[in-house]
Ligand binder design. Structure first.
Ligand SMILES: C[S@@+](CC[C@H](N)C(=O)[O-])C[C@H]1O[C@@H](n2cnc3c(N)ncnc32)[C@H](O)[C@@H]1O
Length: 346
């Protein structure tokens, strides 16, 4: 799984238990990111719909949630990965922009990423394994990157892992299936079928996923965009179309209240953070507007490594202030009375 800001690695077990205790069969993971939570709902026997604006997140959802592990021939997948891995290196966009202009990957791995990414389109363009192969490439690239997990800057000296050769490995697929939708949560929510449990994990503050993970966006879209600045971000990062209402202090409260109200689910579970733009009492009020009792769970967690270390410039100098070591993850559960009781007694 790729390194991802706000990934719910530590909460996933608790969210899965909640899904099971609610007796749920259908799920919605509205800001799905890495799809960890949707995968867990599938492991609990659910059919889960994933929604996110990011192209890489859609591919992860097609791989981990839509693709049923039971329907994949492991030997065929291994053969495809070996074939891609044996392609001769090719100097393309990744090498030029992300290894020479910027230093996200060592050039020895850059030429391999370029060759494999072209190979996926040339050899597996319409193949049902395409999202699985793309995910294998994203994860392989993530294992040899030279960042602290955000693509706004890179390390001055190569991270030791960046000097290791890129290796493709088969993603650990999940049993069961679901749906992957790419788009704005606020626009999509009214169009979705009702579900038993909806999980909402929006961005909390100004940190934009589109810029923090622009390398993954480009690797999936493969559109060789114009770029700017030392981080070589995509020029469309400047467009309003790539901005999220959930990243602005001015718009987040209305956007969040809107999706919490509009989501059609028996049980709605909302994640937020004590460092987010919306204070807890306002969030509780938004959830209470659904008409069910609201339970607030709080988890004391270690902050994301990139935030703990601070922000580094391209020359490796620290240019930002490191944040506190820990923060609190809130999980608000709005459930009808009988489900609420089952959850409390789980
Ligand atoms: C906190 S992360 C979710 C992390 C996820 N739960 C996980 O465990 O990996 C927030 C996600 O919201 C997505 N996002 C931002 N604005 C959005 C919008 N308007 N509609 C849908 N997704 C959005 C981002 O791309 C990001 O993946």
């Amino acid at each position: 799984m790729i390194k991802y800001l706000g990934s719910k690695r530590r909460l996933v077990g608790e969210l899965g238990r909640l899904f099971a205790a609610a007796g749920a069969h259908t799920g919605l993971d509205l800001f799905t990111g890495t799809t960890r939570v949707a995968q867990e709902f599938n492991r609990q026997g659910g059919f889960t719909t994933c929604v996110d604006t990011a192209a890489y997140s859609e591919v992860l959802a097609q791989c981990y949630v839509v693709t049923d592990a039971a329907a994949v021939d492991a030997a065929e997948l291994a053969e495809a990965l070996a074939r891609l891995e044996s392609l001769p290196g090719r100097r393309g966009y990744v090498t030029e922009v992300f290894c020479e202009q910027a230093r996200y990957f060592h050039p020895d791995n850059g030429v391999r990423i370029d060759a494999i990414r072209d190979g996926i389109d040339e050899l597996y363009g319409d193949h049902r394994l395409r999202p699985v192969l793309l995910t294998a490439l994203l994860e392989a690239a993530d294992r040899v990157d030279s960042t602290v997990g955000l693509q706004m800057a890179y390390l001055k000296e190569w991270a030791p892992r960046a000097l290791r050769p890129l290796r493709l490995t088969a993603p650990a697929l999940t049993a069961g299936t679901g749906r992957a939708l790419r788009g704005d949560a606020a626009a999509l929510v009214p169009t979705l079928e009702p579900v038993d449990v909806a999980y909402l994990d929006p961005p909390y503050n100004q940190h934009r996923y589109f810029t923090n993970y622009h390398v993954w966006e480009t690797l999936v879209r493969w559109d060789a965009p114009e770029y700017y600045g030392v981080a070589c971000k995509r020029v469309d990062a400047r467009d309003d179309t790539t901005r999220s209402a959930f990243n602005s202090k001015r718009t987040i409260a209305a956007a969040l209240a809107g999706v919490i109200e509009a989501v059609r689910a028996d049980t709605a579970v909302v994640s937020f953070n004590n460092e987010g733009f919306v204070p807890l009492p306002a969030l509780v009020e938004m959830c209470e507007a659904r008409g069910h009792p609201v339970e607030v769970l709080a988890f004391d967690t270690r902050r994301y490594i990139g935030q703990r270390l601070g922000v580094f410039g391209p020359d490796g100098r620290k240019v930002g202030v490191p944040g506190p070591e820990r923060n609190i993850e809130y999980v608000l559960v709005s459930a009808p009375e009988p489900v609420g009781e089952a959850l409390i007694n789980r």
